[in-house]
Design a protein around this ligand. Structure first.
Ligand code: SER
Length: 313
């Protein structure tokens, strides 16, 4: 019998598209979506769904046994901006859910794990441009601290207990199907919605704050690629740097103005500016190229075309 896949946090920005992509390749019935709330129609109607809290080990274990789960994608997390407001809740959600899944791996109740890390693992002392895979980390945000700790635990469980856990440091992700929530890079999604609905946007970052970004199709493809790779080709068992493009708010505004010339942006930086200032502006992802053949396809221009095409009513 074909074993199944479980997605935790399936209703979020990445989870939604990941679930739909996995259902396409593995068959709807073999991809179990789960979250603490129901999600979009396309997600709910295309296959099995369970209300599940990723911090509840017993509930998780039960779902894993019931559906004969082989691989788990842990997409539930509290992102950078919200985590600054609720540090303990963020630490609890981000770490307990990871331990639960790693322990299922250690007990051999599941065979494979995907866990996302982030550019937030880097900090102000990290080289800002072309940030290498291995460098000074020192994250200064609650979210970044949880992701760096998580990376160390992934590596530990892999080397100590043979757990097959795979991970990517996602850049800011741009998508049109599901809104992001609570992140610092969310402006790069909001801006498209506002450009179309109001022809103006008030940006919470300064015009020249350049951050690493990626279109969702690339992110999903990278996720499927690393999960399909032969285990022994993956030399990095903490988390791989991953890159596609880097741009600032003024550059994304310009690319939208090529399509919507009367679109205007004002800048009112808030607390998220400090978070963005602590992150790299570009990433060196050559190890992902070498080890599992990663190559991005979407630049800013192509991303803008896709976003406006899909969001136009
Ligand atoms: N996009 C995330 C955030 O802004 C970073 O991983 O929090």
């Amino acid at each position: 019998m074909q074993k199944s896949i479980l997605i935790l946090g399936a209703c979020g920005q990445i989870g939604t598209e990941l679930t739909l992509a996995l259902r396409k390749t593995h068959g709807n019935d073999h991809v179990i979506a789960s979250d603490i709330r129901e999600g979009s129609e396309s997600l709910m109607e295309s296959g099995p769904f369970e209300i599940l809290d990723a911090t509840d080990y017993d509930a998780l274990e039960e779902v894993v046994a019931y559906y004969e789960i082989e691989a788990v994608y842990l997409m539930a997390a509290m992102l950078s901006a919200t985590a600054e407001k609720f540090p303990e809740r963020a630490w609890n959600l981000n770490m307990t859910s990871l331990f639960n899944v790693l322990n299922l791996g250690k007990e051999r109740k599941i065979q494979k794990i995907f866990w996302p890390s982030s550019i937030a693992v880097f900090g102000t002392n990290t080289p800002k441009t072309n940030t290498p895979q291995n460098t000074i980390m020192e994250p200064s945000t609650v979210y970044g601290i949880s992701k760096l700790s998580g990376e160390r635990w992934c590596s530990y469980y892999h080397h100590k207990f043979g757990v097959d856990v795979r991970s990517i440091r996602y850049p800011g992700l741009i998508s049109w199907k599901t809104m992001p929530g609570g992140g610092t890079t969310d402006y790069a999604v909001e801006i498209y919605h506002k450009a179309l609905s109001e022809k103006k946007y008030s940006c919470f970052l300064q015009p020249d704050t350049k951050l690493p970004m990626m279109f969702m199709d690339d992110a999903i493809r990278a996720t499927l690629m690393i999960m399909d790779a032969e285990a022994d080709t993956l030399k990095v068992r903490s988390s791989y740097n991953l890159a596609a493009m880097s741009f600032s708010p003024s550059q994304i505004a310009e690319s939208i103005q090529k399509e919507i010339p009367d679109f205007t942006v004002t800048y009112e930086p808030d607390f998220r500016q400090t978070i963005a200032d602590s992150w790299p502006s570009s990433i060196d992802d050559s190890e992902a190229h070498q080890d599992w053949g990663w190559k991005s396809e979407f630049d800013l221009e192509r991303t803008t075309t896709e976003m406006l095409k899909h969001l136009t009513p």
